[in-house]
Design a protein around this ligand. Structure first.
Ligand SMILES: Cc1ncc(COP(=O)(O)O)c(C=O)c1O
Length: 384
C-alpha cells in the first residue's frame, strides 16, 4: 500500500452503511436525493431514443450537453463558453481532478474546519499542508480568518468552499462574503474550488455563485447528481480555457472518459426542456422537508440544542451541549431508537471540531418519517 493510505482511517460513511443495513433502521444519515422524485420516465425515454453508435462507442465529450450546462450556469450568474466546460464523473471527480491538476507536494490548502468528507478524501493522497479556518451555521466560512492567514504569510494553492447548501452545515454564504473571497483569490493568486453540488437547489435567496465574481481564479464544480440522478455519475467543472486542455490530460490518464451513455441520456432528456419544471418541483419538495425537519426539532429536541436554517441543499446541522459526543450518541441511537444520523466529527478537518454536533439529512425521507426519526432522537437526548 502507498504510505498515504496508512494514515486514512475508515470513513464514517463506511461505518454508517453498516448501521443502515441493520433491519428497521430509520436513516437521517445519508444525503441521498429523494428517490420518488427521480425523473425515471424522462431518463428512460431519453435512453430509448439514442442511437447505439452515439451512445455506446468511445467518444469525445458530448457537445450537445454543453448548452444545457451553459444555461444552468447562467442560473447561477456565471457566464461561460462551451470550451470552458469539462465533464467529470460527478462533482467528486471534479474536485479530485482539479487537485491533481493544481497541487504540488508541500503546498498549502485552505478549507473550513467543518467541511465535506469527499473533499478530505480527494485531498488525502496529496502531500500538502492543510490550513483550516473557522466556519459556522449562520454565515459560513470566516472570511476575516482567511484574510488574516493570507496577510500573515499563508500562500495556499487552493481554497475549497461550498457557497450554497453547505454539506454538512446547510449554510449559504452571504453575498458580501462571496465577493470578498473572489477578491482575495485575485489579490493573493490562489484558486478557489467552488463546490456547487447543491447550487441549483436553493429554496431561499438565490445568490450568484462565487465564480460570477471572478473567472480566472474560481474553478466551479457542478453536478447532475442532485437534479437528475447520482447513478449517471455526471458532473462538470467550469475552468479557464487554458486549464481545460491540461485537465483533459489528467482525466485521460485517470479513466479516459465520462461514460458517453450518461452524457447522451442527459443531453437527450434535457433537450425535451423538462428540467426547469423538474428543478422547481425538487426545490418545493426539499423546502417542505426542511420545514418538516425544523418543526420536528422544535417539538422534540431539548432547548439546549440549536440548529441551522438551511436555504438550500439536503442537511440540517444540530449543535448539542458541549459535553455530548455525537459519535457515542449514534451508537446508542442505533441500538435503542433505531435511528441513524451522521456525527459532526465525521466532517471535521481540525481534530475536535463538530464533536458535539449531528448532521441530519432531510432530503431522503418523507416528512412523516422525518418527524418520527427526530421524535425518537429527541427521546434519546432527553435521557442522556
Ligand atoms: C458537497 C458535495 N460535493 C460533491 C458531492 C459528490 O457529488 P457527485 O455525485 O456529483 O459526485 C456531494 C455528494 O453528496 C456533496 O455533498
Amino acid at each position: 500500500m502507498a504510505s498515504w493510505l496508512r494514515q486514512v482511517a475508515r470513513t464514517p460513511q463506511q461505518d454508517s452503511f453498516e448501521l443502515l443495513s441493520r433491519p428497521g433502521m430509520l436513516s437521517l444519515a445519508l444525503g441521498l436525493p429523494a428517490a420518488e422524485l427521480f425523473p425515471g420516465d424522462a431518463l428512460a425515454r431519453a435512453a430509448g431514443s439514442l442511437s447505439s453508435v452515439a451512445a455506446l462507442q468511445y467518444r469525445a465529450p458530448e457537445e450537445s450537453l454543453k448548452p444545457h450546462v451553459i444555461e444552468l450556469m447562467s442560473a447561477r450568474g456565471v457566464r461561460c463558453s462551451a470550451s470552458q466546460i469539462f465533464f467529470t464523473v460527478g462533482a467528486q471527480q471534479g474536485m479530485s481532478l482539479l487537485l491533481r491538476l493544481l497541487l504540488d507536494p508541500g503546498q498549502e490548502v485552505m478549507a473550513e474546519e467543518i467541511s465535506y468528507t469527499g473533499f478530505a478524501g480527494a485531498l488525502a493522497p496529496h502531500d500538502c499542508r492543510l490550513l483550516t479556518v473557522p466556519t459556522n451555521v449562520e454565515t459560513g466560512i470566516d472570511v476575516d480568518a482567511v484574510e488574516a492567514l493570507l496577510r500573515g504569510g499563508a500562500r495556499p494553492r487552493v481554497l475549497y468552499v461550498m457557497a450554497d447548501g453547505h454539506n454538512p452545515l446547510g449554510v449559504s454564504l452571504p453575498l458580501e462574503k462571496r465577493r470578498r473571497l473572489a477578491a482575495l483569490a485575485r489579490e493573493y493568486a490562489f484558486y478557489i474550488l467552488e463546490d456547487d453540488a447543491y447550487g441549483q437547489l436553493c429554496f431561499g435567496a438565490n445568490s450568484p455563485a462565487i465564480r460570477s465574481f471572478e473567472d480566472r481564479w474560481v474553478l466551479y464544480i457542478g453536478s447532475f447528481s442532485k437534479i437528475l440522478a447520482p447513478s449517471l455519475r455526471l458532473g462538470w467543472v467550469v475552468v479557464p480555457e487554458e486549464l481545460a486542455a491540461e485537465l483533459a490530460n489528467v482525466k485521460e490518464g485517470s479513466d479516459l472518459d465520462v461514460a458517453s451513455f450518461s452524457q447522451h441520456v442527459a443531453s437527450a432528456a434535457l433537450g425535451t426542456g423538462f428540467l426547469g419544471k423538474h428543478i422547481a418541483a425538487l426545490k418545493e419538495e426539499y423546502r417542505q422537508r426542511r420545514d418538516a425537519m425544523e418543526r420536528a426539532l422544535a417539538a422534540h429536541f431539548p432547548s439546549s440544542a440549536s440548529w441551522s436554517h438551511p436555504e438550500g441543499g439536503f442537511f440540517t446541522w444540530v449543535d448539542l451541549p458541549r459535553h455530548l459526543n455525537a459519535t457515542q450518541l449514534l451508537r446508542r441511537s442505533a441500538d435503542e431508537e433505531r435511528v441513524a444520523f451522521m456525527p459532526g466529527g465525521a466532517f471535521s478537518m481540525r481534530p475536535g471540531a463538530g464533536d458535539s454536533c449531528m448532521r441530519l439529512s432531510f432530503s431522503y425521507c418523507a416528512p412523516a418519517v422525518i418527524e418520527d426519526g427526530v421524535a425518537r432522537l429527541g427521546r434519546l437526548l432527553r435521557s442522556v
